[in-house]
Design a protein around this ligand. Structure first.
Ligand SMILES: [Fe+2]
Length: 162
């Protein structure tokens, strides 16, 4: 699978989960926690494959500023996830933090899809995008077997290196 299609598909999946979360009523604590965990695992594994495979593969003088910005945005997202992992869904700030997490993710996704991905199409050819997509998909699936959210609290000091 093409790397950009893979990342877009993962963006959409998380966006659907956020929508599901927002439809749950306040009393549904177990379901709310469960959906948050699903979101946190997917965002964590997604950030890891981007940081370890995608960004290093697309870094050029032209893209470097956008990649660095993306890494800082990942850091922000990870900090929200780390906070939420420590909170019960009944906490009075849980929903507010989920909402801001969602807004941060949406902003990041928009910048990637509208600014970075078009640039990537000029940096990598179809074969390279395909090979990268295959590698990232395999790595994502491996990570998803390991509750990747648990790595997030160790990654909140500074942005991942490029
Ligand atoms: Fe990202």
């Amino acid at each position: 699978m093409n790397a950009l299609d893979l990342l877009k598909e993962q963006h959409e999946e998380v966006s659907k989960l956020f929508k599901k979360f927002e439809k749950l009523d306040d009393g549904a604590s177990a379901e709310r926690r469960e959906l948050f965990i699903m979101i946190a695992d997917r965002l964590s594994a997604h950030a890891t494959i981007e940081e370890q495979y995608f960004y290093p593969s697309i870094k050029t003088d032209k893209s470097e500023a956008l990649v660095r910005e993306a890494l800082e945005e990942h850091l922000g997202v990870k900090r929200f996830i780390a906070d939420l992992l420590d909170m019960a869904p009944t906490d009075e700030n849980f929903d507010a933090k989920m909402k801001v997490l969602k807004e941060n993710v949406e902003h990041h996704v928009e910048e990637e899809e509208e600014e970075l991905f078009p640039m990537v199409r000029r940096i990598l050819n179809d074969d390279q995008l395909l090979a990268l997509g295959v590698q990232m998909k395999a790595e994502f699936e491996e990570l998803m077997k390991t509750e990747p959210r648990n790595e997030v609290p160790m990654q909140t000091d500074e942005a991942a290196p490029i």
